[in-house]
Structure formats: structure tokens, C-alpha cells
Write a protein that binds this ligand. Structure first.
Ligand SMILES: [Zn+2]
Length: 83
């Protein structure tokens, strides 16, 4: 039990670094600026945001708080699909 597992540790650190790099990579931001559509027909456009819902223009869909709901029908983010 006291024996270290160097390979496993290295892998875990590696995975952590790779995960971080993915989040901070500038190129990935484009993926976050996609439009998402609600079943009711409302489309969330990151460039427009949802000022009435407290979402500033330029906010990626992923960055919207989890408690945000569709301004039209009140469904949560889970109901939205990528356009
Ligand atoms: Zn809706």
C-alpha cells in the first residue's frame, strides 16, 4: 500500500495538464460561440446574449449560469440543442 505508483501518478498529472490546456486554448473559444436553440424556437445567440436574463452579449452558451432559463418558455439549458 505504501508503494508509490509512478506511472499512474504521471498519467493523472498529464491528464490534468491536458484538461487545463484544453480550457485555456484560444482556438477552443470558437466552439463556445455556437448558437443553441430551445424546443420553443428561441435561439440563444452568444453575440447577442440575453440582456433581460442577465446574460451579457458575448457570453458563450457554456458560460451561462446553470440556473438560467429560456426567456420565452422557461426551460433550462438542458433542453437546448446546438444549432
Ligand atoms: Zn424556450
Amino acid at each position: 500500500m505504501a508503494q508509490p505508483a509512478p506511472v499512474l501518478t504521471q498519467c493523472a498529472v498529464h491528464a490534468m495538464i491536458r484538461k487545463r490546456a484544453r480550457f485555456s486554448a484560444p482556438g477552443e473559444r470558437r466552439n463556445g460561440m455556437k448558437k443553441f436553440e430551445c424546443p420553443c424556437g428561441y435561439v440563444y445567440d452568444p453575440q447577442v446574449g440575453d440582456p433581460e436574463g442577465g446574460i451579457a452579449p458575448g457570453t458563450a452558451f457554456e458560460d451561462i449560469p446553470e440556473d438560467w432559463v429560456c426567456p420565452i418558455c422557461g426551460l433550462g439549458k438542458d433542453a437546448f440543442t446546438e444549432v
